[in-house]
Design a protein around this ligand. Sequence first.
Ligand code: SAM
Length: 243
Amino acid sequence: MGAVVSNPAVSQRELWNRQHCERAVNVEDCDLPTQFGKRVASLLCPPDRLLEFGCAAGRDTLHFATVARSVLGCDFSESALTILMSSATRKGLADRVQVKCYDLNEQFRNDTGEPFSVVYTRCSLHVDDETARRLIADISVNLVPGGLLCAEVKSVTDPLFGLGDEVFRNGFVLPDTQGRGHLRRFWSVEELSMLMKDHFRIVASGTTTEFHLGKETHLVHVIAVLRPFAAAPTGHSASENVL
Ligand SMILES: C[S@@+](CC[C@H](N)C(=O)[O-])C[C@H]1O[C@@H](n2cnc3c(N)ncnc32)[C@H](O)[C@@H]1O
């Protein structure tokens, strides 16, 4: 293992802190919600409480805050969370948005005292199998009965899959344009579904191709309902695209 991955959590946090600062200055559309974010927002209604992992500067977080009662955005980048809260204040949404500096490699603790109705994550599950299983278990104990888990991740068909050093199964570190090692984990729909199946029932899944910052990106997504099937929270349709 090279220097980049000898302590991946620390080096990845530094990498992302720098990227978020650079993007805040240079990328004009970084606050537009994503397609998957818009789809999940359409499932929300005002009593909902949403938890987002890997929220970054909050382009989806702030969109969720326009429809949900409250949103907790988690990311291990302090820079991202600072940008997010200043955007929330500017848009008059600060009373609905909270942030938490949290690394996916650690156990998640819900300090809010209330469970969530939806957990959302997009392009942030850059962790190994064991961590991913622990995270899904953490999520399952912090959701209301019938709560939703909505995850979109990098696909194994993505053009970047297989490039760089494999540091764990399907996890590759590839130098970015500045020569900084960027860790990405790639998933198939089947793997993502298998990861969730002990705690969740999959209600929708699929693949998409998008262009982000001019580059083709292949993504897979899963939307799943927490088992057992108690009544779904108001506004959620568990029958949507039932598999
Ligand atoms: C590719 S960005 C995705 C941001 C946003 N969800 C979106 O779709 O635009 C990945 C985000 O995950 C965060 N991240 C990466 N690894 C993480 C980890 N181990 N723990 C917490 N956050 C992490 C990064 O700081 C970054 O904000």
